[in-house]
Design a protein around this ligand. Structure first.
Ligand code: SAM
Length: 282
């Protein structure tokens, strides 16, 4: 009789992963952390019962959250990552050779340590990159207190449950605003719109007072179940989201970055949203 891990995010609807082996399970200072070998998606990590990342489909999410803002910006030198303990986002950000410093503020050292040990292909050495700087702390406190400024800020947080809740609040977005350089851009994981519609409209209401342009882009990540995954976008440069596809293609070509999901045409199209989502926004 095989063992199954059933995600507990949604009421009355869940996904199950057949478990080959539990590799690590513990209550950290902040959350319940489990990493297991699945028979279908490679190794899987969950926090507080919610799927965070799998070896099989993590590339989709990490490529989109990194490359849409970075190729749109085109000359980012200083990048801030909030969360992202598995290291997949840091790996993708550091592929941009123009990025001189990637600061990652992660609340839970145990997530970093266990992911380096049990999900090594996520960070793939990124934590040892001299351009990476890891800060263990709460992202909302960091953006409220740091004097450093960033071209691109990416929030790769858990869902607004537990320690991640503060990363979906107005004070957090106010902190993002104070840490962004002129012409900078903020992007954040913002849940699966069909399953968590309030998350999108709430983010737009809380984010829009601080930025000239707030919108969402999307990607389909199989293990973020229930439809397209949305990413929040905010910038005072209200043309950045419309960077011409030809410009994106030239930057992509020059970067030499090899991707498996992201490409310039998909980037140009990913801000197009389903009508039900548009209707839920002001
Ligand atoms: N890709 C995943 C998703 O979309 O659900 C998120 C991946 S990553 C594992 C989420 C990270 O956010 C975790 O490492 C967690 O410890 C971190 N985190 C949660 N709340 C945080 C906070 N307030 N400040 C900094 N990091 C936080």
């Amino acid at each position: 009789m095989s063992e199954w891990f059933n995600e507990t995010l949604h009421h009355g609807y869940h996904q199950g992963f057949e478990v080959a082996e539990i590799l690590f399970e513990n209550k950290t200072e902040h959350q319940h952390l489990v990493i297991f070998e699945s028979t279908s998606f490679g190794r899987v990590m969950a926090l507080d019962g919610i799927i965070q990342t799998t070896e099989r489909d993590e590339f989709i999410y990490h490529e989109m959250l990194a490359h849409v803002p970075l190729f749109a910006h085109g000359q980012a030198k200083d990048v801030l990552i909030i969360g992202g303990g598995d290291g997949g986002l840091l790996r993708e950000v550091l592929k941009h050779q123009g990025v001189e410093r990637a600061v990652q503020v992660e609340i839970d050292q145990a997530v970093i340590d266990m992911c380096v040990q049990y999900l090594p292909r996520h960070s793939a050495g990124a934590y040892d990159n001299p351009r990476a700087e890891i800060v263990i702390g709460d992202g909302i406190e960091y953006v409220a207190s740091t004097e450093r400024k960033f071209d691109v800020i990416l929030s790769d947080s858990t869902d607004p449950i537990g320690p991640g809740e503060v990363l979906f609040t107005s004070p957090f977005y106010e902190g993002i605003k104070r840490c962004l350089k002129p012409g900078g851009v903020f992007a954040a994981q913002n849940g699966v719109a069909f399953m968590q519609p309030d998350e999108v409209s709430t983010t737009q209401k809380r984010l829009s007072p601080f930025f000239a342009d707030t919108r969402f882009f999307a990607a389909a990540v199989p293990t973020y179940i229930g439809g397209i995954m949305t990413f929040a976008w905010a910038s005072d440069n209200n043309t950045l989201w419309q960077t011409p596809q030809a410009t994106l293609a030239a930057r992509y070509q020059d970067s030499g970055i090899k991707t498996r999901y992201y490409n310039p045409a998909l980037h140009a199209g990913c801000f197009a949203l389903p009508q039900y989502l548009i209707d839920s926004l002001d």
